[in-house]
Each structure stands twice: as structure tokens, then as C-alpha cells.
Design a protein around this ligand. Sequence first.
Ligand SMILES: [Zn+2]
Length: 272
Amino acid sequence: VPELPEVETIKRELTPHVIGRTITSVDIEWNGMIREITSERFIKRMVGKTITSLTRRGKYLVFRLDQNSTMLVHLKMSGSFIVVSDFKTAPRFVRAKFSFDDGNWLIFTDPRKFGRFHLTEHPEVVLEQLGIEPLETNFTPLKLTQILDKKTMPIKPLLLDQAKIAGIGNMYADEALYRAGIHPLKQAGLLSKVEITRLHRSIKEVLISAIDNHGASVANYRRPGGETGEAHFNFQVAHRRGEVCRKCATKLERQVIRGRGSYYCPICQPSE
Ligand SMILES: [Zn+2]
């Protein structure tokens, strides 16, 4: 499932292929991914537009187009983008195709069909609901302290709340908590100052390391050139079902916390 590092990698690697490109045609092969407007209207409004910038906000890709339009894309469970110059090796699960004025195609694939496209003149309606960016300088230990203050919910689901911190999903929440030595069920408002400082640093470290390794290819995630990422090779707990802790050799535990399978080491992340 793409989280901040995967979306950031896609953004960085797509950028040279899409900036300044004019869209010459659009095919939508799964209407359900186009939100708010019909796919016919989406196509009509996209053709002829030029992509002026590509940024990331939380887990959203933000394609700015000329004429004050913005296409927001959420990859959800399994969406990915690839750039191709032909269809000799036709990708599977194609849901949308955008042809460009340079002859290349931007292809959106999505086996599970949960990906979402919003074409809007008011992207702030969606983006202003998102919390702080954990890799921005304004995400400080003090800011994290304020986010956690008096919260009675467990720390794990709080880290997944996109309205508080944007971009962290199940994998990197587990990784950050492991690195910080904090049990995922610990009540958020009861973290000590030392724990908050460790967690703040751990969040930044796991995300930066994962971006440096081009994201984690644990499921369908591929980079825009078709390569896999390598971030999952560094995972200490995420997706390590049935394995042991690399620090203390204790068998990792899995617990479903608010509907999300959570992995942790019962020794390195004590519940007391
Ligand atoms: Zn351990």
C-alpha cells in the first residue's frame, strides 16, 4: 500500500516525464475512480491541458494544470503510474491512459480499483483536511507533543490519522514505533517527553530512509519505470509475520488494532 515514501518516489520519478507535457488524449477504463464528475467530463476537461507542476501532499499526488485546474490522485491500495513510449509489453490492470505531446503515455494501473482521481479548481477542499507533513521543518517534537496532548487513543491509530499527520500508513507507523521502542497500544497522551522525542526522530528516519530506497515493494507498488523499491529490505517489523526481532530474537507479535494488523516486538516495545 503506497504511503508517503512511495508517493514521494513516484512524484520524483514522474516529474521529468510530465512537467510541461500537454495531454493529447485520455482513456478511462474504470469510471469508478473519477470522483465528483463523469468520466466524459473529466476527459473533456483534461485534453489540451498542460501539466505545470507535480507535488505531493500526504498520500496525494497533486498535478497542477494550466487554466487553474488541479488533478488530485490518491493511489489507495494498489494504484501506480508508469510512463511508456509504446504498448509492446502491455501493462496489466490499466485503468487510465493519458497520451502526451511528446508521444509518451502516462498509464495508471490499479488491480484493486480503489484509486481515486479528483479534477478540481479547488484542491484546498481536500488538501486542507490533511495534517502536518512529517518531513517538513515545522514538524517538531513540540508539534508532536501538541498532537498527542491529552489523547486517550492508542498511539498507533493516532499516527494513521491523516488529519493529524499526513502520509504515514500502516507499515511506517509500525516501523517508527519499533524504532522508538514504543508499544503500539500505548495511550498517546501518556508518552513521556523522551518517548515523544524518540518517536519524532524515528518517524523522520524511517520515512527518509524509505524514500532513499525508493519505497517498499511489498505488494503491487512499482516505480514509474517499472522497477521495484528496496525499502522493505530494511523493515524491522512491518510485513515480518512469523519472524523474530533483529535486536533481541524474540518472536514478533501481531495484533489487530482498530482494524489494522500491527507488528511489534514485545520486548523492545514493552507495554508498561
Ligand atoms: Zn526485540
